[in-house]
Ligand binder design. Sequence first.
Ligand code: HEC
Length: 148
Amino acid sequence: MKHLRSKNAIGTAIGISALVTVLSASPVAAAPDGKEVFDRNCSVCHSIMPPPKSAPPIVPIASRYRQQFASKEKGIARMVSFLKSPSKEKVLADPQAVTRFGLMPPLQLSNAELTAVAGWVWDQGTAGGMGRGAGAGRGQGNGGCIQK
Ligand code: HEC
């Protein structure tokens, strides 16, 4: 019995390390995945839903962007501009957050990564109380038409 148990433990350990290997081997060539960029670069500070970590949660921010911009492209363009060089003047979602959390630091990410993550953030928002826009508009496109 004892024997069987330790064997299982080893099996689990191997399983976990295999899983970790798979997860960390991210595809390089393809367009970046917004959720992945978020997990790696943003989730330290931003939770998706309240309660906040050290920055405002993503869903309320995204909803605010959706209220301000009729089109996803415009919202993304504005968000990317903020992410590249955050400033008080560019803060759109929550001016009080700057007082509460301090200004967000600029991130060293490529345009493609910023566009992908901004698109993902946008998709987390609710449009005018119509519920989570989870189904529609999920695709990331290639970002080609967004760089203005
Ligand atoms: C070191 C912590 C930190 C990291 C990492 C971080 N943020 Fe932020 N972010 C903040 C803080 C603090 C604020 C609120 C103050 C402000 O707006 O500058 C903020 C605000 C924002 C806003 C709101 C801007 C607005 O117009 O009001 C967006 C959108 C955002 N972050 C997206 C991201 C994304 C996407 C990433 C990852 C690519 C990211 N953040 C990484 C701390 C962080």
